[in-house]
Design a protein around this ligand. Structure first.
Ligand code: PHE
Length: 343
């Protein structure tokens, strides 16, 4: 092929390609053009076969021209591909106002019981109490017998307690953790055990069949009632403020002697203050140490050398007082309108 006609042919190919590319509006059409011009059987490839017939002294110039044409078409294809993508993006964004504020994602929050528990635990930890744990499905031994609660005690009645067929039960209080802890650890013991407790109570504004308690146990040599009173007084003042008054009323629990119920008078702004029963407590009964000693088979809890105090309180009740919640059932209904107030 004479030099001039090959040049003209290449110019023609280039201008054909560029004008086709200019009119394209889809990726598929663009690919079609690429194949027809630059593909194995494309026009540029076919034209380059003509190099065979070009005189040797003209080959460099012709090769350069061929490259220029190929580069021009390749670049035009790339520019067009980018333009198509940009147009597609623009179409997708059309009608969307990116300056509008985003939709807030619904965010969870802590349950009021969790707030109260966190506060209670942090106060007691500062006093050196560590968290202990025990199972909710308990043996009669840990829930009753070891706690000096005889078989004929009303708390053990079928109508008060959830029993399983295998003889186990849902613990009626967290005091079982006292026993579990003493069975595996030696004094000094300073633990708190928050957790669920269960009773066959008719559910109403002040009773739930599944509720929450916070147990405390302090065992060492020479622990006295003064330690118990001081600990609980400090605890409740940290929880409810320095003006909080406490009253220790003699009471009976099988596993403490002497035993008390603690009433609390809490002066809240705008609320009438009255005495509210808030906790049970007492000095660990020597029979409890003796029961633990029997299981352990050692003298680590010799009642002659060791003394201790225990207390237990209802966390649900603490939450009621803290937040002025009138009905315990609100705590378990999972109504977000109620729960949102504590977020
Ligand atoms: N376990 C008792 C209850 O559930 C509370 C308590 C705990 C009393 C520890 C004394 C000592 O009522």
């Amino acid at each position: 092929m004479p030099r001039t006609s090959m040049f003209a042919e290449l110019d023609q190919i280039q201008s054909d390609a560029l004008s086709e590319i200019a009119g394209i509006d889809s990726d598929a059409a663009l690919e079609d053009v690429r194949v027809r011009f630059l593909g194995k059987k494309g026009r540029v490839t076919a034209a380059s076969a003509g190099m065979r017939d070009v005189a040797p002294e003209q080959k460099p110039a012709m090769g350069q021209k061929l490259n220029e044409v190929r580069t021009a078409i390749t670049e035009a294809l790339e520019v067009k591909a980018e333009a198509l993508t940009a147009a597609r993006d623009a179409a997708a964004y059309a009608g969307i106002d990116v300056t509008l504020p985003g939709r807030p994602l619904p965010k969870g929050s802590l349950h009021p019981l969790t707030h109260v528990l966190d506060k209670a635990v942090s106060v007691l930890r500062r006093m050196g109490f560590a968290i202990a744990d025990g199972p909710e499905i308990e043996t009669e031994w840990h829930c009753f017998d070891a706690l000096n609660t005889p078989a004929d005690h009303p708390a053990r009645n079928e109508s008060d307690t959830f029993y399983f067929e295998n003889g186990k039960l849902l613990r009626t209080h967290t005091s079982s953790v006292q026993i579990r802890t003493m069975e595996t650890e030696v004094p000094p013991i300073r633990i708190i055990a928050p957790g669920s407790a269960f009773r066959r109570d008719e559910i109403d504004a002040t009773h739930l069949s599944a509720f929450h308690q916070l147990e405390g146990l302090y065992v060492d040599t020479r622990v006295t009632l003064a330690d118990l009173k001081g600990t609980l007084e400090f605890f409740f003042r940290e929880m409810f403020g320095n003006e909080t008054e406490l009253r220790f009323r003699p009471h009976f629990f099988p596993f403490t002697e002497p035993s008390f119920e603690v009433d609390l008078k809490f002066h809240a702004a705008g609320r009438e203050s009255k005495w509210i029963e808030i906790a049970g407590c007492g000095m660990v009964d020597p029979n409890v140490f003796a029961a633990v000693g029997k299981t352990r088979g050692d003298a680590a809890y010799d009642p002659e050398k060791i003394s201790g105090f225990a207390f237990g309180m209802g966390l649900d009740r603490l939450a009621m007082i803290t937040y002025g919640i009138p009905d315990l059932r609100l705590l378990i209904e999972n109504d977000v309108r109620f729960l949102r107030q504590f977020a």
